[in-house]
Ligand binder design. Structure first.
Ligand code: CTP
Length: 397
C-alpha cells in the first residue's frame, strides 16, 4: 500500500514513543521507507539505536549535525519525504508547532517542510483537554495538518480519558489516507464483512460459513483507489487488509452499533453474512449437560443493518450496496431483495455447497442495479472486488 513512499517520522518525548518503534515496523511492512527523527525528550523513552535498527536508516537527532557540509541539510531532509508523521505528538511539541518555533531539529523540519504533516497526539487527559492544547490543536488543523487520535482509554499515569496515542495500525491507515491518490481519494466508504457470532452461553455460539474473504478484498480494492475505508468485521478467517480503519465486532447488534458510529459515509457496502436470528434465551453461565434433558433455544430476529441504513431519511450514504447469498433462483430472489431492502445495488451470488464459493477463493456474481442485472463470469474474489470498486468509483464520480 505504501510502496516507494518516504516517511519522515518525528518521535516526540512521551511514554507512547515505544509504540512508534512498532509503527516503524508496520510502515516498512507496507513498503514505506522510514527516516526517524528523535527529539531530545524522545531519547529518554526510546534509544536512537532501536529506531535506526528497526528503520534500517540513519536516525537524525541534532540540528547542528545537519550544518555539516557532508550531511543532508535540514531543508533537504524536510522535503525528501512524501509525508511527515509526528508520533507521539506531545503537548509541548504541538505547542511549539502551533507557535512556529524552530528550536530543535524536529520543529525546524516541520517549519521548513512543504509536505503534508500528520500528527498522532499522546498526553495525559488533562493536558489534552487544557484550553491551551485545544487552542494549539485548532491552529494546527487550520494550518492543514492531519490528525489521528488520540484514543480514549486507560493512561500510563493511571487516569482514564482521551489522550492515548492511536495504535500503530490506525496510524498506518491515516498515513495511507494522507497519501491517497486515486478516484476515491477524500471519500469515506464503510464495508461490513465476515460472519457474526450469536452467543448461546459464554462458551457456545451460532455462526455461519463466511470467511470474510470477499468483504476483505472489497475493502482492500476501495482503499487502493484512495478511499478512507471503515471496515466493520465479524470474527473472520482472513486478516483485515492494511490501510483501513478496522472495527471488530462479534454479534449483529454490535455490528449495527459500529455501523451507526462509523456513519456518515459516501458509500456503504454490506458484505457481512449477518445472522438473521440471535438466541433470545442466551445464558450468562455455561449451560450444563443434564441427563435426559435437552436444552431448548428460542430465537429473536436481529436488526437488518442493510435495510436500516438503506432506509435512512437523513445522512443516508449516496450509494448503498448489499449482497444476496442465495441457493435458488439467484437473480429473481436478489432482484426482490434489492427492492425489499431499499439498497441501490445488490451483488448476488449462488452459495450452494457445490459452487465452493463460501470459504473459497472464487466468486460468480450477478450485479443487480435499477437498470437490470449483469452476470459476471466466475473470477477470483480479488477480481470481483476490483471490478466492483471501479464501478463504485465511477458511480460516485
Ligand atoms: N444483512 C444485514 N443485516 C442482517 C441480515 C442481512 O445487513 N441482519 C445484509 C447482508 O450483509 C447482505 C444482505 O443484507 O448485504 C442480504 O443478506 P442475506 O443473508 O442474503 O439476506 P437476508 O435478509 O438474510 O434474506 P434471506 O436469508 O431470507 O435470503
Amino acid at each position: 500500500m505504501l510502496a516507494g513512499k518516504r516517511i519522515l517520522l518525528i518521535i516526540g518525548g512521551g511514554i507512547a514513543a515505544f509504540k512508534s518503534l512498532e509503527l516503524i515496523r508496520r510502515l516498512r511492512e507496507q513498503g514505506a521507507t522510514v527516516t526517524p527523527v528523535l527529539t531530545r525528550a524522545a531519547e529518554e523513552f526510546v534509544t536512537p539505536l532501536s529506531a535506526s535498527a528497526l528503520a534500517a536508516e540513519k536516525v537524525y537527532r541534532d540540528l547542528f549535525d545537519l550544518t555539516d557540509e557532508a550531511e543532508m541539510g535540514h531543508i533537504e531532509l524536510s522535503r525528501a519525504a512524501d509525508l511527515i508523521v509526528v508520533a507521539p505528538a506531545t503537548a509541548d511539541l504541538m505547542a511549539r508547532m502551533a507557535g512556529g518555533l524552530a528550536n530543535d531539529l524536529a520543529t525546524t523540519l516541520l517549519l521548513a517542510t512543504d509536505k503534508p504533516v500528520l500528527i498522532a497526539p499522546a498526553m495525559n487527559v488533562r493536558m489534552w483537554e487544557h484550553p491551551a492544547t485545544q487552542r494549539n490543536l485548532a491552529t494546527l488543523l487550520g494550518d492543514g495538518i492531519a490528525i489521528i487520535g488520540p484514543n480514549e482509554g486507560d493512561m500510563a499515569c493511571g487516569e482514564y480519558g482521551p489522550g492515548r496515542m492511536a495504535e500503530p495500525d490506525e496510524i498506518v491507515g491515516a498515513v495511507s489516507g494522507a497519501l491517497a491518490q486515486g478516484p476515491l481519494a477524500g471519500r469515506h466508504v464503510l464495508v461490513t464483512s465476515g460472519p457474526t457470532h450469536e452467543p448461546i452461553d459464554p462458551v457456545r455460539y451460532i455462526a455461519n460459513r463466511s470467511s470474510g474473504a470477499q468483504g476483505t478484498a472489497i475493502a482492500r480494492a476501495l482503499a487502493a483507489r484512495g478511499a478512507h475505508v471503515t471496515f466493520v468485521t465479524g470474527p473472520a478467517d482472513v486478516p483485515p487488509p492494511a490501510g483501513v480503519d478496522v472495527i471488530r465486532v462479534a454479534t449483529a447488534a454490535e455490528m449495527l452499533e459500529a455501523v451507526q458510529q462509523a456513519l456518515p459515509a459516501d458509500c456503504a457496502v454490506f458484505a457481512a453474512a449477518v445472522a438473521d436470528w440471535r438466541v433470545s434465551t442466551a445464558s450468562a453461565s455455561k449451560i450444563k449437560k443434564k441427563k435426559g434433558a435437552l436444552p431448548v433455544l428460542e430465537f429473536a430476529e436481529n436488526p437488518d443493518i442493510l435495510a436500516h441504513v438503506a432506509g435512512m431519511k437523513r445522512g443516508r450514504p449516496a450509494l448503498v450496496v448489499g449482497f444476496a447469498a442465495e441457493t435458488d433462483d439467484v437473480a429473481a430472489n436478489a432482484t426482490a431483495k434489492r427492492l425489499r431492502k431499499g439498497c441501490d445495488w445488490i451483488v448476488a451470488n449462488d452459495v450452494s455447497p457445490e459452487t465452493g464459493i463460501m470459504g473459497g477463493d472464487e466468486n460468480a456474481v450477478t450485479l443487480i442495479t435499477p437498470d437490470g442485472s449483469d452476470d459476471w463470469p466466475r473470477m477470483s474474489k480479488d477480481q470481483v472486488a476490483n471490478r466492483l470498486a471501479g464501478l463504485i468509483a465511477e458511480a460516485l464520480g
